[in-house]
Structures are given as structure tokens and as C-alpha cells.
Design a protein around this ligand. Structure first.
Ligand SMILES: Nc1ncnc2c1ncn2[C@@H]1O[C@H](COP(=O)(O)OP(=O)(O)OP(=O)(O)O)[C@@H](O)[C@H]1O
Ligand SMILES: [Mg+2]
Length: 208
């Protein structure tokens, strides 16, 4: 049985690809047979990142492939324990198709009202389209202070959704790591790696 975890959001730049990569990396080191399906065919950012990773000889070697649709990605999950879908921004139609295909739909969001409101609208739209609430999970990304994180958490839980404990803060070191082909759990800083890994392990625990 292959578990499909989709990372989606209509907003751009909230951290979908960052989260997808770290999830795949940590799953792989736990012995999970995993592939990232990069559905952002316009940007192909996870495919590019994977190329940088290969170029820099970073272990473990991951599997990353571009697909035009969720359906096509699903047709290639033989011998996989986990398919991580890195979703494209700015599309509601593809997001629904991806959500239908997924066992779990993870939506990263920032903590500002500008991020939170469309994020909630997106999950409301999926709920209206019969995606069960139990499949929908928020993850707080690029947060600043604890107070900001707490207020965002309250807003999302009042809207009726599950939010993963913890958050990945905004740090240049996360960007630099990814620029060099590393995941946000592979920076040179143990505390930053740990902060990201805590969130990722909560998802890995659900599938192993
Ligand atoms: N916690 C963080 N701290 C600092 N920079 C971050 C963090 N998370 C992501 N970034 C950076 O922000 C940018 C956008 O992140 P990412 O590509 O993961 O978002 P995305 O949601 O996949 O974007 P898109 O909608 O364009 O696909 C990247 O340059 C990434 O390195
Ligand atoms: Mg992306």
C-alpha cells in the first residue's frame, strides 16, 4: 500500500516545496521508499533542487520526478511506500484533483492574515467538494515569534481544522540549505534541523 501525501496551497511561496523535500528526505532515512512528484511543471523547483542535490553528492539520493497531473503521478507508485506530491500554486482545479488522490492533504501557511484567510478558504472549498476534514492538515511555516504562531494556530483551529504541532520559522539558513540541495532538516544548525524535523516526524509517524 502506498500512502499519498499532497502538499498544496494556492498561495505561492508559502513553503510547499520546502516541506515536500524535507518530508521525502526524512522518510528516506527512515527506510521508507519515497518519491516526490513535482506537479509544478511551470517551475519544476523540486526537480531543480534534486539536480543541485545530485550535483553536490548529497546522501541519501532521493527520487524526484515531474508529472503533469496527479493521475499520472499515481500511475507510477509501484514499489513505493510514500508518494509526496509537491503541488503547484494558483490552481484550484488541480488542487482538488490532487486532494482526491491523496490520503493526507497538508497545506503550509504563513501566519499573516493575508496568508491565513486564503488558506482557510482553500480548505473550505475542498470540504465543500467532499474531501473529508480528517484528510486536511495545516502546517505553520515561515513564522516569526511564538505569539504570532499562537495567534495563527487559534485562527486555524477556530476555522475547524487540524494543525500540526510546532512550526518552521523564517530563517535565511533554511533558504541557503535548499539553495545547495539540502532539505530544511539538513542545515548546518542542529536546532533548526530539529525544529523542522519535529513537524516532519509527526507525519512520518502517521504512515509507519
Ligand atoms: N522557513 C523558511 N525560512 C526561510 N526561507 C524559506 C523558508 N521556507 C521556505 N523558504 C524559502 O522561500 C521560498 C519559497 O519556498 P518554497 O519554494 O518551498 O514555497 P512554495 O510554496 O513551494 O512556492 P511555489 O508556490 O512557488 O511553489 C524559497 O526560496 C525557500 O527557500
Ligand atoms: Mg513549490
Amino acid at each position: 500500500m502506498t500512502t499519498v501525501i499532497a502538499i498544496v496551497s494556492q498561495k505561492g511561496g508559502v513553503g510547499k516545496s520546502s516541506f515536500a523535500r524535507a518530508l521525502a528526505r526524512e522518510a528516506a532515512v527512515s527506510g521508507v521508499r519515497v518519491k516526490i512528484a513535482d506537479l509544478d511543471t511551470q517551475q519544476g523547483t523540486s526537480v531543480d533542487w534534486h539536480r543541485r542535490r545530485l550535483h553536490n553528492g548529497i546522501e541519501p539520493v532521493l527520487s524526484v520526478e515531474a508529472f503533469s497531473t496527479a493521475g499520472r503521478a499515481l500511475a507510477s507508485i509501484d514499489q513505493l511506500d510514500l508518494l509526496v506530491i509537491d503541488g503547484p500554486a494558483r490552481t484550484s482545479k488541480a488542487t482538488l484533483e490532487i486532494a482526491r488522490a491523496a490520503d493526507l492533504v497538508v497545506q503550509p501557511t504563513g501566519a499573516s492574515a493575508d496568508d491565513l484567510r486564503p488558506a482557510v478558504r482553500e480548505f473550505h472549498a475542498l470540504t465543500k467538494a467532499q474531501i473529508p476534514n480528517s484528510k486536511l492538515v495545516f502546517v505553520l511555516m515561515r513564522t516569526g515569534t511564538d505569539a504570532e504562531e499562537g495567534a495563527a494556530r487559534d485562527f486555524l483551529s477556530e476555522a475547524g481544522y487540524t494543525i500540526l504541532d510546532g512550526s518552521i520559522p523564517e530563517r535565511p539558513a533554511y533558504r541557503r540549505a535548499q539553495d545547495a540541495g539540502y532539505a530544511v532538516t539538513e542545515t548546518p544548525y542542529a536546532t533548526l534541523n530539529k525544529k523542522a524535523d519535529v513537524l516532519i516526524q509527526l507525519l512520518i509517524d502517521r504512515i509507519t
